[in-house]
Design a protein around this ligand. Structure first.
Ligand code: UD1
Length: 427
């Protein structure tokens, strides 16, 4: 496990260029299973989650290599296997195997899908879509002799179910119409990849129309990570510095920037760059929602800023009870009250501390506290943060932070990739 030591209390300023979006890259990597051939994906971020995704693909026989900034994935000759639970439970995005394997092999044995465990993360909508397209669920296996196009109407917006349905629909006879879909920037970036791989997809206001097509290798540049951009921008007001994120104007961060601007933080645009400086002059209020609402993945990171100044209110409308990270923030002095949907952050005195990252974005919130607090702080379980933030240490150093990442995992075992419901295969 890795640890981060931060000597905080310094004012941080500078420019950050965000890496490729984790939530765009991961479904693209998994969708290459359904697109036989060579795909060229540029700007894949070098983070823990993408490394695990590549390992899972290699279990199926995919050949993956990195040439400069381009990740080449050859999925011409794949064989159906069930990657080990040890791998699939590391990342939530392994649930995209449902759509990718149904489209390519007509079956998938449900595994344990991982990711941040801030609350129960169901997959009923993914399975509902698969069944609408003709798949059947039996004893842990979902399979279809043939997928057939259908009208699918989602009751709520789910990024994961939308993406899995898009992959399955490309292999379904005729036409599939998906209503009530998620339209996050990473969903649209994913559609761009599918289209480059031969998919026939029309986008309407709240629907996608997908016609069956024979997919082949595609090529796409992964969009910059809006969550990474937002996380670094918060360090400007949090440390009384000034942080610029290059290219941020294109990242559809309006719902994130608006409450900051309303609270008195200075938000300035210079071409495609955005700078946050100044400090809040009043409490901040946010309410998370599917895009274009305030992103749930930037909810934990704003809590320290609320606490350091005038407090604030958080309403979480995507996940029930995405507040367990507040227990860890308490170690840094952040005072709060909460129920499952709402949290009240009290004005607090943030101090240095030691705490373990509870999950990816909760871990980022701890780092934000540590950077603002005078004295030395330690964040244990930092692998959680590195799952989603590439070059975390060097990017923060470039802003003037005093931070050091220690790797205590030299003697830990490597992850095995094996196991097949029909025959055991070691990769
Ligand atoms: C969600 C976010 C995504 C973020 C990710 C990690 C939205 C719409 N999605 O994506 O931007 O990167 O969390 O924090 O903001 N649900 C079901 N059944 C399902 C699938 C989902 O009830 O089968 C519910 C979830 O419980 C949740 C909501 O739908 O309340 C959104 O889930 P979904 O978008 O699927 O989650 P992620 O794909 O992980």
């Amino acid at each position: 496990m890795k640890e981060i030591i931060i000597s905080g209390g310094k004012s941080l300023s500078g420019r950050i260029e965000p890496s490729g979006s984790k939530n765009a890259a991961l479904p693209i990597i998994f969708a290459t299973i359904a697109a036989p051939g060579i795909s060229y994906i540029s700007n894949v971020s070098d983070i823990g989650d993408t490394a695990v995704a590549v390992k899972i693909l290699e279990c199926f026989g995919a050949k993956v290599k990195r040439v400069g900034n381009i990740t080449e994935i050859n999925t011409e000759n794949l064989e159906y296997v069930l990657p080990s639970r040890e791998l699939t439970r590391k990342i939530r995005a392994s649930s995209y195997l449902i759509g990718a394997c149904l489209a390519r092999f007509g079956k998938f044995h449900l595994s344990e899908f991982g990711g941040c465990s801030f609350c129960n993360r169901p997959i009923d909508m993914h399975l509902y879509a698969a069944e609408k397209l003709g798949a059947e669920y039996n004893r842990g296996e979902i399979s279809a002799k043939k997928l057939v196009g259908a009208k699918i109407d989602f009751e709520k917006q789910s990024v994961g179910a939308t993406i899995n349905s898009l992959i399955m629909a490309t292999a379904a006879e005729g036409e599939t119409v998906l209503f009530g879909v998620a339209k996050e920037p990473h969903v649209r970036a994913f559609v761009e990849f599918l289209v480059s791989a031969g998919a026939d997809i029309t986008e309407n206001e709240d629907s996608f129309i997908v016609k069956k097509s024979n997919l082949h290798g595609g090529s796409v540049k992964v969009i910059p990570d809006m969550i990474e951009a937002g996380t670094y921008l918060l360090l400007g007001p949090m440390t009384e510095g000034s942080v610029t994120v290059t290219g941020a104007a294109a990242l559809e961060l309006e719902s994130f920037l608006e409450p900051l601007s309303l609270s008195g933080v200075s938000v300035s645009y210079d071409g495609e760059d955005i700078t946050l400086s100044g400090t809040p002059k009043r409490p901040i209020s946010i309410k998370t929602a599917p895009h274009p609402g305030y992103p749930t993945d930037l909810q934990p990171q704003i809590a320290p800023l609320m606490a350091k100044y005038f407090g604030g209110r958080i309403e979480e409308c995507v996940w029930q009870n995405r507040f367990s990270y507040l227990d860890s923030l308490m170690c840094f002095g952040v005072m709060s009250e909460r129920n499952t949907e709402r949290a009240l952050i009290r004005p607090s005195i943030i101090h240095s501390s030691t705490a373990a990252a509870p999950d990816l974005r909760g871990g980022a919130a701890l780092a934000i506290c540590a950077l603002a607090a005078r004295g030395e702080s330690k964040i244990k379980n930092a692998d959680m943060i590195l799952r989603g933030y590439s070059d975390f240490e060097s990017k923060l150093k470039s802003l003037g932070a005093n931070i050091k990442l220690y790797d205590n995992s030299a003697n830990e075992e490597s992850t095995a990739c094996l196991n097949n419901p029909n025959k055991t295969k070691e990769v």
